[in-house]
Design a protein around this ligand. Structure first.
Ligand code: 6PG
Length: 232
């Protein structure tokens, strides 16, 4: 690890997580007039997004650029879609302008969708003269097998060293996923892990100790910081 992650254990998980995101948003907008956040999927973020939509009423959402760290290969109205979850809990309630939202297209061929997403991020970075698209904040979750985004143990995407977004086949789910890779994740300014109270303390411990077999333990942004928000 470049620097030790900050670990926040809290009984007010939802409010604290939403406040944390808002602080990062104001900081980024203050410094660069833009807030680049990547959303995570799964269930843990749901109440956090809803809270953020309410608490972030004053946030200039038109200055946000919202991406997705991973997506299931389903249409956007499918109940499994991470976009749909974010849309219902945050994007629609907060009336985030459409031009601020960059959705992964889970409904098309996964290879094409991943390439298209990567190209889009690369284009933005190139326009700004940046070597790679740098997020101000990437939200991540922790799966019971140690996966994060759709970087599952033993899958090929873990070994990716150049691509920023890939299609990753996950044998245990017998399904494709679209996912950010470590090269993209590990150049973020800040990573926030959102981990609910029901996650195994033993698993969290192993990740924090850096057990390389757990993909979440490989999150280590060289220019940035990592915060773990853990519910109690
Ligand atoms: C997804 C994710 C995934 C998730 C973890 C934790 O699309 O499934 O982005 O990485 O964050 O599986 O999920 P829970 O929050 O539901 O435990």
């Amino acid at each position: 690890m470049e620097s030790e992650p900050r670990v926040i254990r809290t009984k007010n998980f939802t409010a604290d997580a939403a406040d944390f995101i808002l602080q990062q948003a104001h900081k980024a907008i203050g410094e660069r007039n833009e807030f680049r956040i990547a959303l995570s999927g799964g269930n843990t973020p749901r109440p956090v997004y809803a809270r953020l939509a309410a608490a972030g009423r004053d946030l200039p959402w038109e200055l946000s650029r919202i991406t997705f760290g991973d997506e299931r290969c389903v249409p956007p109205d499918n109940s499994q879609s991470n976009f749909r979850m974010a849309w219902e809990t945050l994007l629609a309630p907060a009336a985030v302008p459409e031009k601020s939202i960059l959705r992964m297209r889970g409904e098309i061929d996964p290879q094409i969708a991943a390439q298209e997403y990567e190209d889009h991020l690369d284009r933005i970075a190139t326009e700004r003269g940046e070597p790679i698209y740098q997020h101000d904040l990437i939200l991540l979750g922790l799966g019971d097998d140690g996966h994060t985004a759709s970087l599952f143990p033993g899958t090929t995407a873990l070994e990716e060293t150049t691509r920023r977004v890939v299609a990753n086949f996950v044998p245990k789910l017998n399904a494709w996923r679209l996912t950010f890779t470590f090269p993209l994740i590990n150049c973020a300014r800040h990573i926030l892990f959102l981990v609910g109270a029901t996650k195994s303390p033993g698993l969290i411990e192993r990740v924090l100790e850096g057990d390389w077999r757990l993909p979440a333990a490989r999150v280590d942004p060289s220019p940035g910081e990592v915060t773990w928000m853990i519910g109690e």
